[in-house]
Design a protein around this ligand. Structure first.
Ligand code: URA
Length: 173
């Protein structure tokens, strides 16, 4: 993707155990991810860590990746052709990790991985799947930082995900 290559610092691959039970898919690297070469290490990443901790899940046990591996200029949204170019890398990653559950963070991840134009507000309530792997869609942590009122809905989504995974959240959350 020439527009991405011109400005990104490095390719940001997924991170996590190769046999992770849960895989989180975000949108694209931002400023911090582009500098450090790891997904979800900025402010949204800190919130993602807290969301996982509230679920009783350690970040280090989760495979974390994005629709795009290169930071879009000025953090603009990934374009359809960029998502399509990066898709084979994501598909191969998921084929290798073979997670038991996928959590899609935000409208972009949901739209491009599931090829679904329906909004996240509707899809988050559905029992979705990608190639046989159960999927929970929820709001992107960056969205939750901007609109904290949505945190309650995101927590409902995570509880749905945990119940579909056969887990219960820790008592204190
Ligand atoms: N937002 C994302 O969608 N992915 C990242 O890696 C960081 C922020």
């Amino acid at each position: 993707c020439p527009a991405l290559l011109a400005e990104r610092t490095q390719t940001v691959f997924g991170v996590g155990p190769i046999d992770a039970e849960l895989c989180v898919v975000g949108e694209a690297p931002g400023h911090n991810e582009d500098k450090l070469g790891e997904p979800f290490v900025g402010e949204a990443g800190q919130l993602l860590n807290k969301m996982l901790a509230a679920c009783g899940i350690e970040r280090s046990k989760v495979f974390i990746c994005n629709i795009l591996r290169c930071r879009p200029p000025a953090n603009r949204q990934p374009q359809a052709d960029e998502a399509a170019s990066c898709n084979p890398f994501l598909v191969e990653t998921l084929r290798l990790v073979r997670p038991k559950f996928l959590c899609l963070m935000g409208a972009t991840a949901t739209r491009y991985l599931l090829d679904q134009p329906t909004g996240i507000g509707v899809l988050r309530k559905r029992d979705l799947a990608w190639r046989g792997i159960p999927v929970q869609a929820t709001y992107h942590p960056a969205d939750l930082l901007r609109y904290p009122d949505k945190k309650r809905d995101a927590w409902e989504d995570l509880q749905r995900m945990l119940s579909r995974m056969g887990r219960t959240p820790p008592a204190h959350s």
